[in-house]
Write a protein that binds this ligand. Structure first.
Ligand code: GRF
Length: 226
């Protein structure tokens, strides 16, 4: 468990979330258990009733959702959301089940400091319904990816992945559940590298310890390896 002083000095995370918030919870648990030297200073979203916001409140973390319909355009919504983000003074932003595209204007200052978790082995199956689409495509392997966010939907440079085998009797729900189990350690391990300053994004490529990684890091036994 981090001491109060250590916690105050820890890298500050803002989490963007639209829904259930189980990845947020995994981060909060990892932080509370001393497995991730960071602090979630706020949770922001686009759905006031999202369970993710309730999880944040339960943990004593400021949480707020803005409603897209209250804004004249997507850019106006993004600008308002990021005004809230900036007010929280994060070092990094984590999209954990945040279901809206972010525009290039708000993302520009955060290049290399904003990541997203997506439930597929990118570049396969960008967008929604990834598990059903993976089964329909007959792939033998599926999984999750953490990538740097760009204005390209699920298209930013991939940092790390976790793989699961697709079983013959899988449906979208069983596959989603198994992928979710690896999402949590994948997100925690990737953020561990990010908050310790070991990851960078330069010219559209991912660097680990100042070296280009040609293929995403792979999660094995809850650790990331090249
Ligand atoms: C996860 O599968 C994540 O990869 C995707 O949306 C889902 C969010 O789940 N982007 P939760 O809200 O973290 O429980």
């Amino acid at each position: 468990m981090a001491t109060p002083d250590a916690a105050a000095a820890s890298p500050r995370l803002v989490v963007l979330a639209s829904g259930r918030g189980s990845n947020l919870q995994a981060l909060l648990d990892a932080i509370a258990e001393g497995r991730l030297p960071a602090r979630v200073v706020g949770v922001l979203g686009d759905r006031p009733k999202a369970p993710a916001l309730a999880r944040a409140h339960a943990a004593g973390i400021p949480a707020l959702a803005l409603r897209p319909r209250d804004f004249a355009s997507r850019d106006a919504f993004d600008a308002a959301l990021f005004a809230e983000v900036v007010a929280l003074q994060p070092d990094f932003i984590v999209c954990a089940g945040y279901m809206r595209l972010l525009g290039a204007t708000v993302l520009a200052p955060w290049a290399g400091r904003i990541v997203n978790i997506h439930p597929s082995l990118l570049p396969a199956f960008k967008g929604l319904d990834t598990h059903a689409r993976a089964i329909a495509a007959g792939v033998v392997e599926h999984g999750a990816s953490v990538h740097f966010v760009t204005a390209d939907l699920d298209g930013g440079p991939v940092i790390a992945q976790a793989r699961v085998a697709v079983q013959p009797d899988d449906d979208a729900a069983t596959l989603a559940a198994r992928v979710l189990e690896v999402e949590y350690p994948l997100l925690v391990a990737t953020l561990g590298l990010l908050v310790s300053g070991r990851l960078a994004l330069r010219g559209g490529v991912v660097l680990l310890d100042r070296r280009v990684i040609d293929t995403p890091l792979q999660l094995a036994a809850n650790h990331l390896a090249a």
